[in-house]
Design a protein around this ligand. Sequence first.
Ligand SMILES: Nc1ncnc2c1ncn2[C@@H]1O[C@H](COP(=O)(O)OP(=O)(O)OP(=O)(O)O)[C@@H](O)[C@H]1O
Ligand SMILES: [Mg+2]
Length: 366
Amino acid sequence: MEAIGQLTGGVAHDFNNLLTVIIGALDVVDRNPADEARRNRMIAAAMAAAKRGEKLTQHLLAFARRQPLRPEVCRIDRLIAESEDLLRRALGDAYSFHLRLGGGVRNALVDSSQFEAALLNLVVNARDATPAGGEVTIETRPVTLPKPVGELPAGQYLRIAVRDTGSGMDAETAARAVEPFFTTKPPGEGTGLGLSQVYGFARQSGGSVDIETRPGQGATIAMLLPIAAATDPDASEAAFDHVAGQVPARVLLVEDDPQVAELVDAMLHDLGHTVVRAGGVDEALDRLNADKTIELVLSDVIMPGGRSGVDLAEHLATARPGLPVVLCSGYTGGDQGRAQAGAWPFLSKPFSLDSLARVLTEARVR
Ligand SMILES: Nc1ncnc2c1ncn2[C@@H]1O[C@H](COP(=O)(O)OP(=O)(O)OP(=O)(O)O)[C@@H](O)[C@H]1O
Ligand SMILES: [Mg+2]
């Protein structure tokens, strides 16, 4: 009830402001029909106010979940990439902005312009909460809910999170943040409708919003949207795209060169994988013993310490049968011949994201 009271009070207040501008502007035009410059100015002001009113009703309807959305099966990673320019512009140069679109192709049944509006609202909020020089990151990953959580039924969701390094929120603010017209910003700076649009959109798309934050520790605000099967030709054609079709895995990356390791780590991350690193064979074996959730090993062939990636692969073939191993090397001598003669999928350096994706898929279906 409090929310409804606030809603009607807030709407009345905002519409009154808009109508004051529109009526005043029309009045001026009516009284000074000959003053062209003035007329243009007034028409522009009235138009801007009317558009603002239009946005306000859209926000409200989305919150009330009555807005006629035009949902289509969309590739979410593509929608985000298409909005990147707009989001960067909204954020401005004072922040560093990162996109981490993990988890490959995921489709969701959404209204694309509402999705874009929601993402923009989240990025603008992140900017407002973060001092210049901070970081704003958009991250996506698939999430499986084995049983219902809150208002979400069990199922597969895509989690689209906007993370910032800003002020964060206390528990009370976080609890009220999606309420329409709830704002902590000074009058004139916030309407308090941004997150209610995000929430309305997510609910209407069958999903929800999740807020993780602590005062002084930044905020991560995520939309969880149900993953939809690909139905459009675009998306099914993309099913053959290995980059897009990666199934996230926990990968042990064995590489002695820190710079190469850094690069390959980033590539694996871009493909949606989580990475555990080791600088040599001994360390790799330690990691594997300590972490039973590792699902795949990607190892360089030539490494210091006397033992090569091939030795590691041979050892694992008996010690951990079924654990896929991919070997990679840029060197044309040494153990490379042995590596290529073996049964392991092989990747020669340098490699593209696509060939990395391809070899990982190949290794996992063997
Ligand atoms: N990333 C964030 N970090 C810290 N606080 C946030 C963040 N996002 C939202 N909030 C808090 O939630 C409140 C509501 O956010 P919401 O987007 O709904 O409205 P607003 O940003 O205040 O105004 P509007 O979006 O209409 O301009 C904000 O005023 C702020 O207190
Ligand atoms: Mg906002």
